[in-house]
Structure formats: C-alpha cells, structure tokens
Design a protein around this ligand. Structure first.
Ligand code: XMP
Length: 310
C-alpha cells in the first residue's frame, strides 16, 4: 500500500468535507480510533474535539496513559469521567448480552450522544474498517449505523455526517499506516482489547471490587506475556469460588482464568503452548492478589470456545 498517498488523500478529504465546521471523535486507545484521531487532527487542528470516555472498565492507568501518549504527539484529548454512569448501568446484571448492551447503550445513547449534541459538531469521525463493514453486511455484527446508535435522527436534517476515513483498510493496513506515521508501537502493535473492556472478562456481576481483582490480574498477565508474541492474552474472573488456605485459615476465594491464544483474524484461535515455568510464575503471582486462591489456564481453542468469556 502507498501509505503516503493514503494519508494525503484522507487528510484532504476530511478538510474538504468538514470545511470550517466542528468535528468530534471518540478515542478508545485502540489502533483504529488512534489513527483516525491523528489523521483528523492533522486535517482539522482546533476544529476537532477528541474525547476519551472513562467507562470504569479500562485496564490499570489506561485512560491517563492514552491521554498522555497523545499529548506527547501534540494532540489534546479530553478525558470524560463517566465511571458512575457505566457502573450503575451494569449493577445487578449477570447476563452476558445484557451486560454488553448496557455498555453499548450507556456509551452511545447517553455519554457520547450527549457530548456530540453539546459540542455543536456537525461531523463525527469514526474508526470503522473494511472488516467491520463486511461483518455488518454478513450479519455477524450488529448494524454499524453510528448516528442511529447515538439516537440522532438523520431524517430530521440535523446535518450530522459520519466520516469513516479507514473504511477501505483492514487491520494490517491500519497498522501499516500507523507505523508509517510513527505512532508509538504501544498503539500500532497493541493487542486486541474489546470495546466493552473488562466487562467481557468478568463472568457475573461487574462491581468496583470485582473490577479491581480482574484489573490486578490483567497487569500480571500482560507483564508476563508481553514478549510471548501471542495474538491476545488476558485474565478472566469467574463467577465461582473455591476453598483454599491463606495464612493457615480457610478461604473461600475467587478464581482467575488465564487465556493466551494464537490467531490471525480472531475468527478461530488456538491456545499458546506456554512453558510450565511461565505458567507457574503467573499462577504464583495471581494467587497473591487479595481474595484470589486459584489460577487456571484455559486450554480451549475457538471454536468451540470464544476468545472472551462474556
Ligand atoms: P470472541 O470473544 O467473539 O472475540 O471470540 C473475537 C475478538 O473480538 C474481540 N471482541 C471485541 N472487540 N468489541 C470489540 O471491539 C467487542 O464487543 C468485542 N468482543 C470481542 C475479542 O477480544 C477478540 O479479539
């Protein structure tokens, strides 16, 4: 691919479409929304408002880290604290689809929808890639109509428009352009992380305490497996408990599952054959987390399992 030509064309297109109006985009820290942010910032400068929504479900220090990474590139990102809204939407929910729906609805219908309307922006930039469009057409993903998800009725002539500068690229193309633009490797090579974030890695109810547990386990797994070269790795908190012993006392503790997989497109996956030493080390560290007394390694490929647990 001719990265230079792609970048020039997209910047020119964004400039021409937006003109003197305001535009807004939501940054998640993933490679797609990061690349959109950089392209749109180059095209629009101050006319662009980029927000990062803290949904309480991110990894340790992630919101601050993403904002700082962009600040170093000279791109201001506004951190929006919506933790309480997401946590209240998730309270009491245990069904996987209801949890996912609650995260999606809170993001689109409430938080981002509100920001878009308040901002006076007439253009939204979105990191849709070719695979998203194909999966929508194939009926694999829910319909990818951002304006409808935001509760914005285009028929009512609000004049909103969605720009999708990455719609011709697949993930490898996005990474290639990101690298060409010298985006830090923590962005261009970031392992996949789902939109509903740690909510997909907590079986059962998402509470602040349970988030703390899975977040602490995630730090350990990501540190230990950073050099594994695996496609994706994660920690999952089960909704079950098991008896154990801590400080000579019985403890009915939490169970963490470690998952590490090889894949090219996440549609199928095999399990990484990690060394026994590595697994032991991870297990020792994870069972030092408050209240966690079991650590399991998941040996299931996809299919029949999915990659995430929720
Ligand atoms: P599953 O669990 O379906 O995951 O085997 C396949 C890949 O997709 C990621 N994933 C998501 N990514 N929003 C995303 O942006 C989501 O809701 C979502 N759910 C799963 C998952 O991490 C894996 O790489």
């Amino acid at each position: 691919m001719d990265c230079k030509k792609f970048i020039e064309e997209q910047i020119a297109q964004i400039k021409q479409t937006v003109g003197g109006a305001k535009a807004i985009n939501a940054l998640s820290g993933g490679v797609d929304s990061s690349l959109v942010t950089v392209l749109a910032h180059r095209a629009l400068g101050d006319q662009l408002r980029t927000v990062f929504v803290d949904n309480a479900l991110m990894r340790k220090d992630e919101p601050q880290r993403v904002v700082e990474t962009f600040a170093r590139m000279g791109i201001p990102v506004e951190l929006v604290d919506a933790r309480d809204e997401f946590l209240s939407a998730l309270a009491g929910l245990t069904d996987p689809e209801q949890k996912r729906q609650a995260v999606t609805d809170t993001f689109y219908s409430k938080v981002f929808g509100r920001l878009v309307k308040e901002s006076g922006a007439k253009f939204l930039l979105h990191g849709t890639i070719l695979t998203d469009i194909e999966e929508t057409v194939d009926g694999i993903k829910r319909q990818h109509n951002i304006l409808a998800q935001l509760g914005i009725d285009t028929e009512a002539a609000y004049g909103y428009a969605v720009l999708e500068p990455l719609r011709t690229l697949r993930k490898d193309g996005v990474r290639e352009v990101a690298k060409f633009l010298d985006l830090p490797s923590e962005i261009s090579q970031r392992i996949p992380f789902p939109g509903p974030a740690l909510a997909t890695r907590i079986v059962g109810e998402v509470t602040p305490e349970r988030l703390e547990t899975v977040r602490a386990a995630t730090v350990i797994v990501e540190e230990e497996l950073a050099d594994s070269g695996a496609f994706q790795y994660m920690a999952v908190l089960l909704n079950d408990r098991a008896t154990g012993i801590r400080n000579n006392k019985r403890e009915f503790g939490s169970i963490i599952v470690v998952r590490c997989i090889e894949s090219t497109d996440a549609r199928t996956a095999t399990v990484t054959p990690l060394s026994w030493d590595k697994l032991n080390r991870i297990s020792q560290r994870i069972t030092q987390i408050n209240g966690v007394n079991r650590c399991l390694y998941d040996l299931t490929p996809k299919p029949p399992a999915t990659i995430e647990y929720v």
